[in-house]
Ligand binder design. Sequence first.
Ligand code: ADP
Ligand code: GLC
Length: 489
Amino acid sequence: MKVLFATSELAPWVKTGGLGDVAAALPPALRQTGADVRVLVPFYPALRQAFPDAAPWAAVPPLGGRLGGALLRSARTPDGTPLLLLEHNDHYDRPGNPYLGADNRDWPDNRLRFGLLSRVAAWLGSEACPGDWRCDLIHCNDWQTGLAPAYLRYLDELPGSAARAKSLITIHNLAFQGLFGADALPELGLPPESWALDGVEYHGYLSFLKAGLQHADAITTVSPSYAREIQTPAEGMGLDGLLRHRGERLTGILNGIDTELWNPATDACLHGHYDVLRLPQKVRNKSELRRELGLRPAEDRPLLGVVSRLTEQKGLDLLARTAEEILALPAQLVVLGHGDRALEQHFRNLALSHPQQVAVHIGFNEVLAHRIEAGIDLFLMPSRFEPCGLNQMYSQRYGTPPLVRATGGLADTVVDCTPATLAAGRASGFVFQAAEASAFLDCVRRAVAAWHDRRLWRQLQINGMTRDWSWQAPARAYHTLYQQLIGTL
Ligand code: ADP
Ligand code: GLC
């Protein structure tokens, strides 16, 4: 079973969020189930640096419209996962964020950059594919590779291209839809008939994500709860009608995490290693983190933390609005993140007015992210919506109970602490319902009170640390779905 995993991010080299982590961890887990998976990703500068010897694998001819020729190179990651690196210097060899320029706005040629990525994926699933590795299935991820299923559909009508791959699209985030003007259609080499309600058109725009949802043989998203939520008008971001229409093809498969990379017993970023049997040694990470960030040592107050993109989705305005009350509980706070300028400034100001109680680091910092997960007492994730979320799983693995809103993958991975869930040995964090400052604050109060009960807290930590967060079960679920799609099951 040959599977092409097409992605616009790949950790640790190119990552803006969870998609990068998933693209790095799911393919190797799938290979362990016996699938022959290769990862298709643009040859960004960070990948050029990491794989300077990547050998040419195939020349890609011009594939219609303004999609010029390109080169595919092959390499293997340190864990042995084969990569197909899409080289097109004009499109991908530029510094910075994969989607945004230095002005924080979308790169103006994103339609061509991710159009080419999608088109090359489809090409690898068509008869035109060179060599002996025509894939049986293309696993697309988010809008950036969402056009691939549409290309497959229209390829089908071209002579000689009948044998084509099946396609699956995973929604990591419905909020990003890849919308472009109608003039993109000929540029992307799509036929005029694709401009239709059951094609790539969406309210007068060309939508990469809609194209994928419309044409893929199956749709998955990254948690069962999000799979239900996106079929409702409230959470469907305009696509709920289509998702309901294709509901029989839509399933939720909860993400796993890379339990090697995120292992408190071996994590090279940490000051002190620990596991569930050596839990008291976790505290060394807290004292070092406080020292590193200039926070006052204080045994009487918990250290609360955030690692996040600072966007509307993540609900951190709820924290911004209640921070003074939270600090007065008393508690300390560390925030690592970047994004929304106003929110960045708000948190910076908070740190300025409480230098010993609040540390704020605006930016992206992988090492600090690991140290925060290990060093804090309570991880805050009050998301408005959350397809899956990885940090609440990282934090549970690190013995740091999370406090989350009951939405999407957060609802599926965090068990609220109640007498009943404690008695059942399942409680692992704190969950609140309404996306309102008062509900959030009440929940923080409840969590801080629980933190003062050392035995109860220890139980929460143990429950979270001993749950299986690995990719094994999700990889098996994807494998079964692949088999169903390819018709071998
Ligand atoms: P999303 O993909 O919506 O951003 P996830 O929780 O799925 O949310 O994944 C976020 C990933 O990005 C996690 O690995 C998290 O640690 C990481 N991350 C987010 N912001 C930062 C940051 N400022 N510095 C370091 N890592 C970050
Ligand atoms: C998206 C979602 C996040 C999810 C991640 C990986 O970025 O916002 O919830 O965990 O993708 O699937």
